[in-house]
Design a protein around this ligand. Structure first.
Ligand SMILES: [Fe+2]
Ligand SMILES: [Fe+2]
Length: 358
């Protein structure tokens, strides 16, 4: 009798568009994070081959904007997202091509794989791009880019599109012309603020976003080499550095952070897990990462994902340095008081490999 009434009650809830918590708890309040995104790896050869073909077949139309091919995590049901919060894509720009000016609320970065005479203009500041440069596109700043050479350029785009979509906070605006006016000498913001440790003395502002549009590889590489020389290293990430706004010390974007890390020859880091998701791009070298017990072998150009709260450790199997560029949503988690991390103590800090990703 009581059972019948309970069943009727559940049905009545349903008809009234109500749901009782006691039937939902493990789904909406699990004991620990249970992400839908899965650890995954995309091979560079395949990405390159398909991006090249897109370069032949797909033209850039004004307003249509970018030839970017997004990582679609198989755990996310066909959505073009690398993780629940992060978008990452490979972008291909043909020689002499222009990607028209636009602006948007998603926070964005570009990490240059091959600059080949290309440039990026952000809010009137035009910078020429080289391999390893990081370009920033804070929200609602106008940006366009193009190639002045005959050669194609290729880079990695990172944005907080999934988070922005979830928050229903997306705005997008085309400029209705291909290129915005350049109102300074070329590389202006790098010349003015690129030292990173010194600034024009008469300026007292502390802008939320970094004052320079681009971090040049030559300085980034030197910072990695210097940190390695200091003898300091992170047990989980070896020689790892976070790109920061030099005027505030904060990550370059509010919702996600950009890292560059060098795994020294034959280094094997200690596993840990964190409440944040990370997308890696292998800039140099080869090795493997163990994520949630699965071994992912990687080499230059590959991209891979560590979802929220999955154990991970990195191994450089070669006698050369390996360099990983990555973005992670840790700033969002910290801002919202949700960040946690936990060291893996068993087995000397190394996971047991249960399968190998093919
Ligand atoms: Fe954009
Ligand atoms: Fe980590």
């Amino acid at each position: 009798m009581k059972d019948d009434r309970i069943e009727q009650l559940l049905q009545n809830f349903n008809e009234a568009n109500l749901q009782p918590l006691w039937t939902l708890e493990s789904d909406i309040m699990p004991h620990k994070p249970n992400p839908k995104s899965i650890p995954f790896l995309w091979k560079w050869e395949k990405l390159y081959e398909l991006a090249e073909e897109a370069g032949e077949l797909i033209t850039l139309e004004r307003g249509g904007d970018r030839r970017a091919i997004a990582l679609a995590n198989p755990g996310l049901g066909g959505m073009p997202f690398a993780t629940e919060t992060l978008w990452m894509a490979v972008q291909w720009l043909n020689g002499k091509e222009v990607a028209p000016a636009h602006r948007h609320t998603p926070q964005a970065i570009r990490f240059i794989v091959d600059g080949a005479g290309s440039y990026s203009t952000v809010e009137g500041d035009k910078v020429y791009l080289e391999r390893g440069d990081l370009v920033l596109n804070p929200p609602l700043l106008w940006h366009d880019h193009g190639s002045e050479s005959e050669e194609r350029a290729i880079w990695i785009d990172g944005l907080d599109i999934p988070l922005t979509k979830y928050l229903n906070a997306n705005f997008f605006e085309p400029m209705h012309k291909d290129t915005q006016e350049v109102n300074t000498i070329k590389n202006y913001s790098i010349l003015k603020y690129g030292s990173g440790t010194l600034k024009p003395a008469w300026e007292r502002e502390k802008p939320v976003y970094p004052p320079m549009s681009t971090f040049k590889w030559v300085k980034t590489e030197q910072a990695l080499l210097d940190l390695a020389k200091s003898g300091a290293a992170c047990p989980h990430d070896d020689i790892a550095m976070e790109y920061i706004n030099p005027l505030t010390g904060n990550p370059v974007m509010k919702t996600f952070s950009c890292w560059i890390q060098m795994l020294r020859p034959n280094v094997h880091t200690q596993a840990h897990r964190e409440v944040c998701s990370t997308v890696y791009f292998v800039f140099e070298g080869s090795g493997y990462s163990v994520i949630d017990g699965i071994r992912f072998d990687w080499k230059q150009g590959d991209l891979f994902v560590v979802p929220n709260w999955k154990l991970h450790e990195h191994i450089n199997t070669s006698n050369e340095r390996a360099i990983l560029f990555s973005i992670n949503d840790r700033p969002t988690m910290e801002l919202l008081d949700k960040y946690r991390a936990e060291k893996y103590e068993e087995n000397g800090g190394h996971q047991i490999v249960t399968s190998v990703f093919e």
